[in-house]
Design a protein around this ligand. Structure first.
Ligand SMILES: NCc1[nH]cc(CCC(=O)O)c1CC(=O)O
Ligand SMILES: [Zn+2]
Ligand SMILES: [Zn+2]
Length: 333
């Protein structure tokens, strides 16, 4: 018996007393630039640049302001972006016609971003809510409920338009059943299947944490809510079935959204589909919460702790409004 009565197998502190040993104890949780995707709010007005009141350091850009910002971020290591179009003068109507018209800001911007940043991977969010007069993510019947077949057909058309305009990834965020297959079919019919991948918002929950995003996008539903297509927050079962549905329909990448309160879903999805790269969307409400957690050094340490824990859970790519800050932190290491 040793004089201190310590049982050797219960002495853990001998295994993490310096920084190198601590790194060994956190396997596979490092973050590199290819693990980050940066969401971009794109305005119709090409010369505009507006701050977002509920999200410090986040801007809505017209293409002429976006290009120089992106060129600089790519120099700092940015590998991928996720674009959201915002219309202000183009009309919103029942079928979301402005989502894929030739004047749509995303359709117009894609060739210019591809030219300015040839090594940047560009994903486009595909949804109808920023473009419909009723603000829902699908099309509605006369009775005001989701018209499933019409919605899926329309979402596939929009995805195809972004694919034709040069998007590398189309990312449907509407949560309609069967839209992944409809999009894949459209890509095949147009011989784009080997040039465009499909990132499915597969496990997207009806969360209260999308508030700052909806303010920014002006995309809240005019009536009702999204609970008939986004998942109930307590349902691990529907999340498992939604991921299975999207895998069977040919999704290249899966996603869990929001991130932090849903890490059990992240782990469940990764365990079931280890061969599908998994994305987490750290949403606008999470961004707002972390941004307010103290001074800049506390914000940075909270952010990195959060991303490390998410990585432990395990994701392959994190979609985060903090991407520029993370690149900056990585460059200082
Ligand atoms: N389809 C709309 C969409 N696409 C991405 C987000 C949320 C992003 C965020 O909060 O950062 C939302 C909001 C919603 O579904 O209500
Ligand atoms: Zn939507
Ligand atoms: Zn969306």
């Amino acid at each position: 018996m040793n004089p201190l009565f310590l049982s050797p197998e219960h002495v853990l502190q001998g295994g993490y007393f310096n920084a190198t040993l601590r790194k060994l104890q956190e396997p596979n949780t490092t973050i590199e630039p290819h693990n980050l995707m940066y969401p971009i709010f794109l305005l119709e007005n090409e010369d505009a640049m507006q701050s977002v009141s509920s999200m410090p350091n986040v801007y809505r850009y017209g293409i002429n302001k976006l290009i120089p910002a992106l060129v600089e971020l790519v120099e700092q290591g940015l590998k991928s972006i996720l674009i959201f179009g915002i219309v202000e003068t183009l009309p919103k109507d029942a079928r979301g016609s402005s989502a894929d018209c030739s004047e749509n800001p995303v359709v117009k911007a894609l060739p210019r971003i591809l030219e300015a940043c040839p090594n940047l991977t560009i994903a486009c969010d595909v949804c109808l809510c920023p473009y419909t007069s009723h603000g829902h993510c699908g099309l509605l019947t006369e009775n005001g409920v989701i018209d499933h077949a019409a919605s899926v057909k329309r979402i596939a058309e929009v995805a195809l338009a972004y694919a034709k305009a040069g998007a590398h990834i189309v990312a449907p965020s509407d949560m309609m059943d069967n839209r992944i297959k409809a999009i894949k079919d459209a890509l095949v019919e147009n011989k784009l299947q080997n040039q465009v991948s499909v990132l499915s918002y597969s496990c997207k929950f009806a969360s209260s944490m999308y508030g700052p995003f909806r303010d920014t996008m002006k995309s809240s539903p005019m009536a009702g809510d999204r609970k008939c297509y986004q998942l109930p927050p307590g349902s691990a079962g529907l999340a498992a079935r939604a991921a299975a549905r999207d895998v069977s329909e040919g999704a290249d990448f899966l996603m869990v959204k929001p991130g932090l309160p849903y890490l059990d879903i992240v782990r469940q999805t990764k365990d079931k589909y280890p061969h599908h790269p998994l994305f987490i969307y750290q949403v606008s409400g999470e961004y707002a919460m972390i941004s307010r957690n103290g001074d800049s050094s506390e914000v940075e340490s909270t952010l990195m702790e959060t991303l490390t824990c998410m990585r432990r859970a395990v994701y392959d790519c994190i979609i985060t409004y903090f991407a520029p800050l993370v690149l900056n932190i990585l460059s200082r290491k």
